[in-house]
Design a protein. Structure first.
Ligand SMILES: Nc1ncnc2c1ncn2[C@@H]1O[C@H](COP(=O)(O)OP(=O)(O)OP(=O)(O)O)[C@@H](O)[C@H]1O
Ligand SMILES: [Mg+2]
Length: 546
């Protein structure tokens, strides 16, 4: 289905138009375009309808039901077969016992009455009633005399009595009768195949007085009634029914359990799918709430992690894009202001409006000042860009901080003098040399002193101090100016940030100075922060590792 999706999206949509889109998510512009133009993955959703038998839930349920059913069937069959087997063995043992008993009894009674029929009538019913009671199994009994004439049978023998017997069974009995007349007892079965054991019969010689060496006076044939009817013995029918009913109950319970159990797997999956759908609709706050244990819980947690990361990344992109826009606006504005001034003044020079030499000089001064400002701005921007690209690595040499600060103050001396602010270098000369990039550190002190100077009224001081601890040096630049509003303290290091934007002309530059300072300090693996001095004034503190 993925293939279909791709060919569809490629087909109707050639190259997406170049990004005129001023959207926040510029890096995602390509993806968004195809989304807005022809939403291939939205269309796909309809084709993805899952049929019920394809769903994991039903497949799981059906598969486990199948397994349970096969197991139950196997178990039931085994149970029934083993019942049948042991019942068969037991049944022929009993038959043998009763038949032997009966033959003996008849033999004994015969000596009393000398009539085989009377002897059979006298002995058989009592024995048979007893067996019927204990085994719930009736027997057909036939007594033949020496001449194979039937003298007794406990059942009305008519057509169809032997219809249930398998073919050849009567022939088999006939042979056994012949044998019995010779005095040989037979225990045999009439069945065919697997059911043979369930179809026993006995043909026994009846001897005078029941003695094993007495003369044969007749033959006793005994067959269980279930054999005649060719049906399954009552005991087995009952037990089989029990087994089948139990199996059915177990199967139904197993099916219910399978359906319920499969839900515990598919419910978290459904939740995940929903969350993924919400995520796909670009709502990155989508999360899965589930207490599912095991792999599904893990999947849900991973999904949430992924969503959180995605949300963060998208927000970050958003923020960066806003920042980039603001940056460009600030840069163009800061470039445009001096350029406009220079252009205007240049034009007035060309027009010759200013005649006097003083006017020319004044105009020239302003042009030079604005040009220098421009140059500084461009340099700052360049430096910023380099720092951001990580291209600016400190070239470390052993630097004596006290000397470096002296040099910076010397360069700024005229400006301090003009502002009537006193610079104080409080760094002791014997502070050990530190591995620093001298140019960058000069830049740091220049920027900080320049700021301090600009915000300190006449008669104030700007003091630079350094204190050494075990692993680092802590440097501070303190002035006696107006200080920095509390809410602006954490923001002064942001690019283009100025506490009072409107005062730019009078006291500020473009707002890049402190951003550069922080970047340099961080490149030296130090940290910097701003604070206000309780007695009035601002203090910039930074640490540098030794
Ligand atoms: N010593 C100070 N006292 C009071 N406010 C200060 C001080 N130093 C900085 N600030 C405030 O922090 C802002 C940011 O300083 P930053 O050096 O980054 O910019 P800037 O001096 O205005 O411009 P740039 O340094 O690029 O010429 C300043 O505009 C000013 O409002
Ligand atoms: Mg500055």
């Amino acid at each position: 289905m993925n293939k279909g999706m791709q060919t569809q999206s490629v087909g109707p949509e050639p190259t997406p138009p170049r990004s005129r889109d001023k959207d926040v998510l510029a890096p995602l512009a390509g993806a968004r375009m195809s989304y807005a133009g022809s939403p291939p993955f939205m269309r796909e959703e309809k084709g993805m309808r899952i049929r019920w038998w394809q769903s994991i839930r039903w497949r799981l349920a059906l598969e486990s039901m199948l397994v349970v059913l096969s197991a139950i069937t196997l178990l039931a069959l085994t149970a029934i077969l083993s019942f049948a087997y042991y019942y068969g063995v037991d049944q022929s043992d009993r038959l043998n016992m009763i038949a032997t008993d009966s033959a003996q009894q008849i033999g004994m009674n015969y000596t009393l009455s000398n009539n085989l029929h009377d002897a059979a009538v006298a002995s058989l019913p009592a024995i048979l009633v007893k067996s019927q009671r204990t085994q719930n199994q009736g027997y057909l009994v036939i007594v033949l005399n020496r001449f194979n004439q039937r003298v007794y049978s406990n059942t009305l023998l008519q057509r169809g009595t032997f219809a249930g017997l398998p073919r050849g069974a009567l022939g088999k009995i006939r042979i056994d009768v012949f044998q019995a007349q010779q005095g040989i007892a037979t225990t045999d079965d009439l069945g065919i195949g697997g059911l043979a054991a369930l179809r026993p019969f006995e043909v026994l010689p009846i001897r005078v007085n029941g003695q094993s060496d007495g003369a044969v006076i007749g033959v006793l044939i005994m067959v269980p009634r279930s054999v005649l009817a060719n049906n399954i013995p009552p005991f087995l029918t009952t037990t089989s029914q029990f087994v089948l009913i139990a199996s059915l109950i177990v199967a139904v319970l197993a099916a219910l359990a399978a359906i319920l159990f499969s839900r515990t797997i598919t419910r978290p999956l459904a939740k995940l799918t929903n969350a993924a759908r919400v995520l796909a609709s670009r709502d990155y706050s989508a999360r899965v709430q589930t207490e599912a244990p095991g792999e599904l819980g893990e999947l849900a947690r991973t999904f949430n992690e992924m969503a959180a990361r995605l949300e963060y990344d998208v927000n970050e992109l958003h923020r960066q894009e806003l920042w980039r826009r603001e940056l460009i606006m600030n840069i163009t504005h800061d470039l445009a202001t001096p350029l406009t001034a220079i252009a205007g003044l240049g034009e007035s020079l060309v027009d010759g409006v200013n005649q006097s030499r003083e006017d020319y000089e004044a105009t020239g001064h302003i042009i030079v000042r604005e040009t220098l400002r421009l140059r500084r701005l461009v340099r700052d921007l360049h430096l910023m860009a380099k720092m951001e690209a990580g291209a600016l690595q400190p070239q470390r040499t052993p630097v004596r901080l006290a000397t470096l600060v002296d040099e910076v103050l010397a360069v700024l001396a005229t400006e301090f003098e003009r502002a009537n602010v006193e610079p104080r270098n409080g760094i002791v000369y014997n502070l050990p040399r530190m591995p620093l990039d001298a140019d960058m550190m000069t830049r740091v002190f220049t920027n900080l002193c320049d700021n301090a100077l600009r915000h300190t009224p006449a008669g104030g001081t700007v003091t630079i101090n350094a204190a050494q601890s075990a692993k680092m040096v802590r440097v501070s630049v303190t002035d006696t100016g107006e200080g920095i509003p509390e809410e602006a303290l954490p923001r002064v290091f942001d690019r283009f940030y100025r506490v009072d934007a409107s005062r730019q002309k009078a006291t500020g530059g473009s707002g890049l100075g402190l951003a550069i300072v922080r970047a340099i300090i961080e490149a030296h693996r130090g940290t910097i922060w701003a604070e206000n001095v309780p007695t009035g004034g601002a203090r910039f503190v930074f640490t540098l590792p030794m």
